[in-house]
Design a protein around this ligand. Structure first.
Ligand code: 8YV
Length: 326
């Protein structure tokens, strides 16, 4: 009998077709947002799950779905998984690293530029019919070239942003990370390791690319924002919850920092109402990895993990390989 899998959200039809060659597939192509009870109902009796970042797999779901052997996440981040609970139950978790690195770094850099050069704010002004004359300081922002780029979280995507800044725009790149990079990688990225405090105090443009974990919750709050330059910009392409959105909205309203660019939000898809009313913020709906080729590569990698696992007992990008045994 073919293994049964559930695809939790709508994905590319050709990827569902690929999966259907190997599995009995139930797919949420209607793209309904499932409650936990509905997710459990759909996963009961399934051996595999194709999930996305919004599908929470926790101890309760695992206990209710004892047949589940693998959850393949179509995302590099996996804070929707309770990984220790999955490991304890022998459920394999996989993610989609590497295939989205450059696309996401492109977007982080673009969001930083849009923020520094006030692109959203000025477009709204133009669309509202307010552009009646030239003026010397109309939407004058800050420069990217030659500025100090700070990166908090220096994994693959952080390194991609550092390379763009240093090699493409002559930026002075500093970073802070749980662990310092080796000298060769630092040299490749032309990045200098600094303390978190120095990063906050010295960055002209600070980009957040760290994974979410409880210890990263509100890593940027009122106290951290107060250390930043009043001319600085902040970009978050990592996860909602890393920034205290209420504190950020207040800092932006009071011009304690110049501007922010946010692709991720606490409690998304809800957005803190104060962020919707401050002008000096560029807001995008969690699309940093959203180029068509990259989203297809992510979906195919998640599918490949399911196919490999059920045909060979291995996976391409396991997060808890210890459950696979020898
Ligand atoms: C996804 C992401 O779009 O990969 C990640 O971690 O945040 C995005 O690329 C999102 O998680 C949906 O799965």
């Amino acid at each position: 009998m073919r293994p049964k899998i559930f695809v939790a959200r709508e994905i590319f039809p050709e990827v569902v077709e690929r999966l259907a060659v190997h599995f009995e597939v139930q797919s949420n192509q209607a793209d309904d947002i499932l409650s936990k009870a509905q997710l459990i109902d759909a996963l009961r009796g399934k051996q595999g799950a194709f999930t996305t970042g919004g599908d929470r797999i926790d101890a309760e779901v695992l206990a209710a779905c004892p047949d589940l052997k693998i959850c393949a996440n179509m995302a590099v981040g996996y804070n929707n998984f309770d990984l220790p609970a999955m490991t304890a139950r022998g459920v394999l978790a996989t993610n989609t690293p590497d295939v989205l690195t450059e696309t996401t770094a492109d977007f982080g850099f673009a969001l930083m530029m849009a923020t520094a050069r006030r692109m959203s704010e000025s477009e709204h002004f133009l669309r509202a019919g307010k552009w009646t004359k030239w003026s010397f300081d109309m939407f004058a922002g800050s420069d990217i070239h030659g500025a100090t780029l700070g990166i908090l979280g220096m994994g693959r995507i952080g390194q991609g942003i550092a390379r763009r800044g240093a090699l493409g725009f002559g930026m002075n790149v500093i970073y802070h990370n749980r662990s310092r990079l080796d000298a060769a990688t630092e040299a490749q990225c032309k990045a200098r390791y600094v303390s978190k405090e120095e990063l906050l105090r010295s960055s002209d443009h600070l980009v957040l690319v760290l994974p979410y974990s409880p210890s990263a919750h509100h890593a940027i709050g009122a106290a951290e924002l107060a250390m930043m330059k009043p001319t600085a910009t902040l970009v978050n392409i990592a996860r909602g919850g890393i920034v205290d959105d209420a504190a950020l909205a207040q800092a932006l309203a009071q011009k304690r920092i110049a501007a922010a660019g946010l692709d991720v939000f606490e409690g998304e898809p809800s957005v803190h109402p104060d962020l919707l009313t401050v002008p000096n913020v560029v807001l995008t709906p969690h699309i940093a990895s959203a180029s068509v080729p990259t989203r297809l590569a992510m979906a195919n990698l998640a599918a490949d993990n399911l196919i490999q696992f059920f045909s060979t007992g291995k996976a391409l990008t396991p997060l808890n390989p210890e459950v696979l045994g020898g």
